[in-house]
Design a protein around this ligand. Structure first.
Ligand SMILES: [Mg+2]
Length: 276
């Protein structure tokens, strides 16, 4: 046979899957970072904000393990404890992490500017809203409650504990498709502020959008971001855009407020026969 025939989805975007911290709430993704720092401080091995943020997006227990695997942290741990950090240490720190995180989450649950407007614009286009998060069930419930109070109610929420593996695996995205009864994957768009979160969307075969400014990459709350000079903002923006692009995001934008032009562009590309 001389010809190969292929099926192409040319319909509209049907679902947008949004991350929580750093995407729709908690500008700067501050809540988990400060608690990871607390937990390691209690172990006698203080870590920097940068070390705390390095694995951001993963399941929180995986995140703790990944921090212990950073060369710099490992070295200081061995100095303080006379042995390398192991599974028991990770288990203990995770146990300490959960109540500390739950206790302070509401302090950081303000919606990121533009979230409500963008969700309303998506709903107007009959696009369903799903969510994924590296938070555990109890933490996710706190976020959902705080978001609802501010007028944001997604149609589906899946957390890392609901699926066999969290990010960068695609399972939370795929579970959202089931919950929302939406297909195919080409009709879905994943939005996230972390590298594992972008990888999650790409692993699922979805269009994937990275957020450079509102989340983990810049790592500043809105007030501190606004305090930076234009020159400092540009330098941080450029670094964040490069990181997000290099992990394969189809689009990189500053914050969720800039999402709608991407959705329109994706719909034009789908109509033209393009795939994620
Ligand atoms: Mg996030």
């Amino acid at each position: 046979m001389n010809f190969h025939y292929q099926r192409t989805y040319q319909g509209p975007v049907r679902a947008v899957l949004l991350d929580w911290a750093g995407t729709t709430m908690d500008f700067g993704c501050m809540a988990p970072a400060v608690v990871f720092m607390d937990v390691f401080e209690k172990e006698g091995v203080p870590i920097t904000m940068e070390e705390a943020r390095a694995p951001m997006g993963a399941h929180k227990k995986v995140h703790i393990r990944k921090i212990t695997e950073l060369d710099s942290v490992r070295e200081r741990w061995i100095k303080a404890h006379k042995k390398a950090p192991g599974d028991k240490d990770v288990d203990r720190m995770f146990k300490n992490f959960v109540p500390l995180q739950e206790a302070c989450l509401s302090k950081y649950s303000k919606l990121i500017p533009g979230t409500k407007q963008v969700v309303a614009a998506l709903r107007k286009k009959k696009i369903k809203i799903g969510t994924t998060t590296g938070y555990l069930k109890g933490m996710t419930e706190i976020n959902k409650r705080d978001a609802a109070k501010q007028g944001y109610k997604p149609d589906s929420t899946v957390c890392a504990a609901d699926v066999p593996q969290g990010r960068p695996y695609p399972f939370m995205c795929l579970q959202n498709m089931i919950n929302l009864e939406v297909s195919p994957v080409e009709a879905c768009v994943k939005v996230d502020d972390t590298v594992p979160g972008v990888e999650e969307g790409l692993s699922a075969g979805m269009w994937t959008i990275g957020l450079a400014i509102s989340g983990n990459e810049v790592g500043l709350n809105l007030a501190d971001w606004k305090k930076l000079s234009k020159k400092e903002q540009d330098a941080r923006r450029e670094r964040a855009y490069t990181r997000m692009r290099q992990c394969g995001a189809h689009y990189v934008i500053d914050t969720i407020a800039d999402l709608m032009p991407c959705i329109e562009d994706i719909e034009a590309r789908l109509a033209a026969g393009d795939k994620p």
